[in-house]
Design a protein around this ligand. Structure first.
Ligand SMILES: Cc1ncc(COP(=O)(O)O)c(C=O)c1O
Length: 411
C-alpha cells in the first residue's frame, strides 16, 4: 500500500493549486433553511409521527463517512449534485470537506451558489448546455470549467465565455458501460478520434484542455476505470495535447443487495494505477465526480401499506416518487417492516410481495419483489434502505402524490 500512499500524496500536492477565481461581484447573503426535524431513530420517528405520507430520512453520519472514504482517492472530489440536491445533503457534504460540485444546469449552479457562494468550486459538466445557461454561468457565477463532446459545444462555450487562459474545457470520451447498471455513454461522449480532434480544437484556441469520462452508474467492475484511463491516454497521445484535467467521473457503486460490489478502495487503486500509467504532468488535475457512492447509504424511505391484495401490496410511494430507481428489475434494497406502536408481526414466515406505488399508472410498480413477513397488512410501514441516491431528485407530482416530508436521523 505504500506505493499507493506515495502516489496519493504526490497527486494531492499537485491539486493544492486552486481553480481559477470565481466572479468578482460582492457575495450575496447565503440561503438559510429551517433545520430538519431530527429523530434518534427511524422507529422513534414512526412512533411520533405515525406518518400516513411517505417520509425521507437522511442519515448524515453515513454521508460524512462516505466523504471520509473518498479521501483515499487523490485529486479533486466533486459531488454530482443531480444525485441528491437537497440542501441538507449539500451542506452535510460541504461540512465533511466536499467543496467542489459537478453541476448540470443553471438551477444547480444557482443552488450551489446560494448555499456556499465562492467557497464552492463549480464544474459545468453537462455536455449539452444552452447558450443562456453558459452565459449566466460564466458572467454571473464565474464558472471557468465546462465539458463538451462535440465541436459546436466548444465553439458555443468560447463565444459565451470569451475564452481565456484560465478557462478549462474537458472533452467527454465515450467508454464502454457493460459493467454498469446505467450506461452513460449512449447519450454523451465522443469517439476516440473525435475526442482527439476536440482536444486539438480547444488547444488551438489557447484554452486548457482535459478529458472526462463516465463508466456508467453503479459500475460493478473496478477494471472499467483502468480501461477508460488507458483509452484516455491513447486519445491524449493521438491529439498531442498536454492535458490540464483528467476527470474519471462517477460510477462508484453503492452496496445494494445482490450487487455485492468490490470495496471502493479497489476502485480507487484502479484509478490511481491507471492514472499513474498515463505519466501526466503534475500540473494535470485528477478529479472524480461521484454521486451515488457518497449519498446512497445516507437515505431511507419510509412508506406505508395502503392496501394488501393477496400477495400484492399498494404503498404510498412508488416509481413516480422517491422509489424511481426501484422500477428496474435488478434494483434491490434492504427492507424492514415496522408495525404501529412497535407491535410484533405474528409470524416468522416470509413471502414475496409485488409492490405497487400509489398512482393510477400500471408502470408504477417495483421491478423486484420484496420479501416481507407473511402477515404484512394495511397500516404497516416499510423502511427501505440505501435510498439516498436518485430518489429525492426524481420525485414528481404525478397524480397529486409527492413525498415532501424530510427528516434527519441522528442517533
Ligand atoms: C456527468 C456526471 N457526473 C457524475 C455523475 C454521478 O454518477 P454516479 O452517481 O454514478 O456516481 C453523473 C450521473 O449521471 C453524471 O452524469
Amino acid at each position: 500500500m505504500s506505493a499507493i500512499k506515495a502516489m496519493q500524496d504526490r497527486v494531492r500536492d499537485a491539486h493544492a493549486t486552486p481553480l481559477p477565481a470565481a466572479a468578482t461581484t460582492p457575495e450575496p447573503a447565503r440561503r438559510t433553511d429551517p433545520p430538519l426535524p431530527t429523530y434518534a431513530s427511524v422507529d422513534a420517528m414512526i412512533a411520533e409521527l405515525k406518518p400516513t405520507e411517505p417520509v425521507f430520512c437522511f442519515l448524515p453520519d453515513e454521508m460524512k463517512a462516505a466523504a471520509r472514504r473518498f479521501r483515499g482517492l487523490p485529486g479533486r472530489v466533486l459531488y454530482a449534485v443531480k444525485c441528491n440536491p437537497h440542501p441538507f445533503a449539500l451542506r452535510t457534504l460541504f461540512e465533511a470537506g466536499i467543496r467542489d460540485f459537478d453541476v448540470a444546469s443553471l438551477e444547480e449552479v444557482k443552488l450551489i451558489d446560494s448555499l456556499f457562494g465562492k467557497a464552492a468550486g463549480q464544474f459545468f459538466n453537462n455536455p449539452a448546455k444552452s447558450r443562456p445557461a453558459i452565459r449566466a454561468a460564466s458572467r454571473d457565477f464565474g464558472i471557468r470549467f465546462y465539458t463538451v463532446d462535440c465541436a459546436a459545444e466548444v465553439d458555443k462555450i468560447l463565444d459565451e465565455t470569451r475564452g481565456g487562459d484560465d478557462l478549462i474545457i474537458a472533452v467527454r470520451l465515450a467508454t464502454h458501460s457493460r459493467d454498469a447498471r446505467y450506461a452513460l455513454s449512449t447519450k454523451f461522449g465522443a469517439s476516440p478520434a473525435e475526442a482527439a480532434e476536440l482536444l486539438q480544437r480547444i488547444d488551438r484556441r489557447g484554452v486548457k484542455a482535459g478529458i472526462s469520462f463516465h463508466v456508467g452508474s453503479q459500475c460493478l467492475s473496478p477494471d472499467a476505470f483502468g480501461a477508460a484511463l488507458d483509452l484516455s491516454g491513447k486519445v491524449a497521445r493521438k491529439a498531442g495535447v498536454a492535458l490540464s484535467v483528467m476527470n474519471v467521473g462517477g460510477g462508484f457503486p453503492a452496496p445494494y443487495p445482490g450487487d455485492d460490489p468490490a470495496p471502493l478502495e479497489r476502485y480507487f487503486a484502479e484509478v490511481i494505477y491507471g492514472h499513474r500509467k498515463l505519466g501526466l504532468s503534475s500540473s494535470c488535475m485528477l478529479m472524480c465526480e461521484p454521486g451515488r457512492s457518497l449519498v446512497a447509504s445516507a437515505g431511507r424511505v419510509v412508506a406505508q401499506v395502503t392496501v394488501r391484495r393477496d400477495r400484492t401490496l399498494f404503498i404510498n410511494d412508488g416509481v413516480f416518487g422517491a422509489l424511481q430507481e426501484l422500477g428496474h428489475p435488478k434494483e434491490r434494497r434492504p427492507v424492514r417492516l415496522v408495525r404501529a406502536d412497535g407491535a410484533a408481526t405474528t409470524t416468522t414466515r416470509t413471502a414475496e410481495f409485488r409492490i405497487y406505488g400509489p398512482t393510477c399508472d400500471s408502470n408504477d410498480v417495483l421491478g423486484a419483489p420484496f420479501v416481507l413477513p407473511d402477515d404484512v397488512r394495511e397500516g404497516d410501514w416499510l423502511e427501505i434502505g440505501l435510498m439516498g441516491a436518485y430518489s429525492l431528485s426524481m420525485r414528481t407530482h404525478f397524480n397529486g402524490f409527492f413525498l415532501d416530508r424530510v427528516v434527519s436521523i441522528e442517533g
